[in-house]
Every structure is written in structure tokens, then in C-alpha cells.
Design a protein around this ligand. Structure first.
Ligand SMILES: [Zn+2]
Length: 82
């Protein structure tokens, strides 16, 4: 979790799909081919849920995985649901 001036900062990391090597250019959520813009989500190794940058504890990260923008929105909403 990133805290700046006591405010938690959560950032969605957006990048271009063509920056990802061809063989890895699939959505982590649904396995669909990625094109255009993608979101990078960080997997929390304790819960198996995906977060935006700052949305989970950095020391529990299992790494970063690319998702389509719509899947990313769904995944983060799921992770943040009570
Ligand atoms: Zn997907």
C-alpha cells in the first residue's frame, strides 16, 4: 500500500499491448488476445486477488499480470468487494 501524506494512492497502470512480447500477449483473466491498451494488475499472493498499484501490500505481491481494460475493472471490483 502506498501512503503519501496519509492518503492512500491507488494507480491503474495502463500500457500498450504491443509492448508485451507476442507469446505473452493474452489477458490473464480470460485468455483473450490483448490489443490496444492493457492494464497491469498486481496479484496478492495471500488472497489470489488482483489489485491496481497501491491496492495491495507490496511485500505480498506475486507479480504483475496484464489484463484487458474491462477485465481489469471487473477483477479490481471483485478484489475490493467486502
Ligand atoms: Zn480478459
Amino acid at each position: 500500500m502506498t501512503v503519501r501524506n496519509n492518503v492512500m494512492v491507488v494507480l491503474r497502470i495502463i500500457a500498450a499491448a504491443d509492448e508485451i512480447p507476442e507469446v505473452d500477449r493474452t489477458c490473464t483473466c480470460c485468455n483473450r488476445r490483448l490489443s490496444g491498451k492493457v492494464a497491469w494488475l498486481e496479484l496478492d499472493q495471500r488472497t489470489g486477488k488482483s489489485h491496481d498499484h497501491g491496492g495491495g501490500p507490496a511485500d505480498k505481491s506475486q507479480g504483475w499480470f496484464p489484463c484487458g481494460l474491462r477485465c481489469a475493472r471487473n477483477e479490481v471490483a471483485k478484489a475490493e468487494a467486502p
